[in-house]
Design a protein. Structure first.
Length: 479
């Protein structure tokens, strides 16, 4: 062979290491695991990649192009293991890097041919590895400046504020926060929410860099001229440069599109949280007004009770007490669970169920801190309960029922089940996705539920059978 084993090994390392550093730097805030554990995963994967390159270059693979297929697949597996976020986004990032790494390969071989054509024809001479390292560093810096910085901005909402903790549950006799109890923080969000909300978009957008990658594969391997000769031609370098820099404009437009969509979804989520705050304000007003009415009527109540007791009208007295208890709402439960956010949501919607003649079965076994943000819990339970009440309110002839059950399993699993009766069949699209009954497209409530489920790597099952609509949710908590 025209090159030695150590030159082959040097090239294998140079071809992999800079891009591993780029991936680590660009996505260090999105690792599934701790930094130490992530590095322990990266090291063996990097060694395997180097071994694949070395064996392919030194002739142990029947076709060197096989390494160009196996290596990206391993990168996809690696990024899927260590990173959060949609799989399509991982494909997009990997293919963009592959396309620009091809530009570095072309530039390095062309410059090496200008310096020494004989060394360039040796394919993996050490001069080529040195030049490749130089151009790879330039490519990594260029990609960081033009693409990866925007990815990091996209995964860190500038307006995100840390969620305020609940000081207590005013309904259970504890102190209210300084500005009153609230269902959720308006701006409280997890860093990865935007990317998760755009998961469906990435499922298609990765096809754009995939097309450019296939174009490069065709240019590189078609024809009878050796690949090393192709890389030494100026027209090949110019063609690859034109394709890559032209595709860069497309990538920038894609990232802008994704960011705009993320901002739209974030605004819709914020509007919904403001609606929750309005609901909570109304709930507090109703409670205060009800308390005032009860205190005002207490004198008349006691006077009537005393009069009936003195007259010995015990049957009428029992009936009067029962009617007063029912009309005052004094039997309504004030505490459904230890979690303040969930308790506030259910305390608001429980009277709504009663007003609509809905029989409710609410059993919540949830600690004060289940490992899920109060903001997400309030949105989750509010959406499920509101949708259930909406469906039941359209029933005319059948019995209306809603059951909401929740419990913790083990140290990090939260189970939620919400079931309600219905008469009007829910609408679905051709993919089985449930549509809104109030507007065109997917229901915002169900969409918000699915977003929260994805955020906690959970599962969501929705069924409509025998006039019972059931939503089953499993969340992996941070407890």
């Amino acid at each position: 062979m025209p090159f030695t084993q150590w030159e082959c090994l040097l090239y294998s390392i140079v071809a992999i290491a800079p891009f591993m550093v780029l991936y680590y730097t660009a996505f260090r805030d999105e690792f599934r695991y701790s930094t130490r554990r992530t590095i322990l995963i990266l090291i063996p994967f990097t060694l395997v990649q180097i071994a694949i390159e070395f064996n392919a270059l030194y002739g142990y693979f029947p076709w060197i192009g096989l390494a160009d297929i196996i290596s990206p697949l391993l990168f996809i597996l690696l990024l899927r293991i260590i990173l959060r976020g949609p799989l399509g986004r991982i494909f997009f990032v990997l293919l963009v890097v592959c396309n620009f790494s091809n530009l570095a390969v072309s530039a390095a071989k062309y410059v090496e041919g200008l310096i020494s054509e004989s060394d360039a024809l040796k394919r993996y001479h050490w001069t080529y590895s040195c030049l490749l390292l130089f151009f790879e560093i330039l490519v990594c810096l260029f990609l960081w400046k033009t693409i990866f910085q925007d990815f990091r901005k996209g995964s860190r909402p500038e307006s995100a504020a840390s969620e305020q903790s609940y000081a207590g549950d005013g309904l259970s006799g504890e102190a209210l926060p300084e500005h009153g109890y609230r269902f959720s923080s308006v701006l409280g969000e997890k860093d990865e929410q935007e990317e998760e909300d755009n998961g469906p978009l990435w499922s298609y957008l990765f096809l754009v860099p995939a097309t450019f990658y296939l174009v490069w594969m065709y240019m590189f391997y078609q024809g009878s001229e050796p690949a090393v000769r192709k890389l030494m031609h100026l027209y090949y370098l110019v063609t690859i440069s034109a394709i890559d820099f032209g595709s860069l404009l497309v990538y920038r437009l894609i990232i802008r599109l994704v960011h705009d969509q993320a901002e739209k979804l974030a605004l819709r989520s914020q509007n919904y949280r403001l609606q929750l705050q309005a609901v909570q304000t109304q709930y507090l007003s109703d409670r205060i007004e009800n308390t005032r009415r009860i205190r005002h009527d207490m004198r008349h109540f006691l006077a009537t009770v005393e009069m009936m007791a003195n007259a010995g009208e015990w049957d009428q007295l029992r009936t009067y007490i029962a009617e007063t208890r029912s009309s005052s709402g004094i039997d309504e439960p004030l505490v459904f669970c230890d979690n303040a956010a969930v308790n506030a949501v259910l305390s608001y919607f429980a009277p709504k169920m009663k007003e609509n003649g809905i029989q409710s079965d609410i059993q919540i076994d949830m600690p004060r801190d289940p490992g899920i943000s109060s903001s997400d819990l309030s949105i989750l339970f509010a959406n499920l309960t509101e949708n259930a009440i909406e469906a039941c309110s359209h029933q005319a002839s059948t019995e209306r029922r809603i059951s909401i059950h929740s419990s913790c399993r083990g140290d990090n699993t939260l189970l939620i089940t919400c079931a309600n009766t219905f008469e009007i069949e829910p609408r679905t699209d051709k993919y089985g996705t449930y549509l809104s009954s109030k507007r065109q497209g997917c229901g915002i409530g169900i969409e918000s539920v699915r977003t929260i489920v994805r955020r906690y790597n959970g599962r969501c099952s929705i069924t409509a059978k025998d006039k019972i609509f059931t939503v089953r949710i499993m969340l992996l908590t941070n407890a």
